[in-house]
Design a protein around this ligand. Structure first.
Ligand SMILES: O=C(O)CCC(=O)C(=O)O
Length: 284
């Protein structure tokens, strides 16, 4: 099989991803990929999509900036998605026969930002449903385990559907943004991960540019933030879908909400991803 991975994915890493729903892989992306993504990020911030927004801004002006699905207008992101080892990495870890790109997201915290991403699962917010999904979370700067994203091992296989956070409510600028409002549905509240770390044992890692944290779309994750005063955190994240994933529109709303673009592209609930917007990038 042709491969552009700089080193093979090991069986131990595949097993960890399967059992824990999260694995940290070191040294998967070389300095050229990181420089390209950094350039893409500044291009993207100069020309944000209408999905961009600030999640939090404190009295000192420190903020968390978010944008998503910017790849169609940022050549550096497109190059990364089509040509980097990322799609194969996702496919090997998920055990998929083929992998479609779903979307990109960036999370940029200015130095010293304290805001911590609330614990949540991703898949309940998405416009697709399925088990074979993953995020490849890549810090473009060094980050310590205390400030990096944490994941609750094994939570991707929990049976319950949980009431999640409405991220649209984090919006100090009052922009018009998508809301996923779970509150009107009879769902269990998400467990208090910070309140009982002994029980949930979230994992996070010291990471450097080139490393990535790969986690299942159903894994409970959050906690990133609490940065030292002189340290920023720029994260590029891509989302990938494997064999069992199908288009699905959620009753509580979606964030990001792909209903309109999917419908325009001819996708309806029950379809496998495809079209130029969600291209198949890797096949076993
Ligand atoms: O980087 C972060 O703080 C948030 C990442 C995240 O929650 C996600 O990609 O779903």
């Amino acid at each position: 099989m042709n491969s552009n991975l700089p080193h093979p994915v090991t069986q131990a890493e595949i097993d960890t991803f399967d059992q824990d729903g999260v694995v940290m892989i070191e040294g998967m992306f070389d300095a050229d990929w990181i420089a390209l993504l950094d350039k893409g990020l500044s291009d993207s911030r100069d020309d944000p999509t209408d999905r961009s927004r600030v999640w939090d801004r404190d009295e000192a002006g420190r903020e968390v900036y978010y944008d998503s699905q910017a790849w169609t207008r940022v050549p550096a992101y497109r190059d990364f998605i089509f040509n980097s080892p990322c799609a194969e990495l996702a496919g090997q870890l998920m055990g998929s026969s083929a992998v479609n790109f779903f979307f990109d997201a960036v999370f940029c915290r200015s130095p010293g930002t304290q805001f911590r991403t609330p614990w949540h699962q991703d898949e309940p917010y998405w416009s697709v449903k399925g088990f074979e999904t993953c995020s490849v979370w890549m810090p473009l700067v060094p980050v310590s385990a205390e400030s990096a994203l944490g994941v609750v091992p094994g939570s991707h296989r929990w049976a319950e559907a949980f009431r999640q956070q409405d991220f649209g409510a984090f919006n100090p600028d009052g922009d018009e943004v998508p809301h996923a409002d779970f509150s009107q549905f009879d769902l269990e509240p998400l467990p208090d991960i910070d309140g009982d770390p002994e029980r949930y044992k979230p994992v996070s890692f010291d990471m450097k540019p080139g490393d990535c944290l790969v986690f299942n779309g159903r894994s409970i994750h959050g906690g990133s933030g609490c940065l030292p005063v002189d340290q920023d955190l720029r994260v590029f994240n891509t989302k990938w879908c494997g064999d069992d994933v199908r288009v699905d529109f959620r009753p509580w709303g979606m964030d990001p909400d792909h209903r309109d673009v999917m419908t325009k592209a001819g996708l309806v609930p029950g379809d496998r991803l495809g079209t130029a917007l969600y291209p198949e990038i890797w096949r076993r």
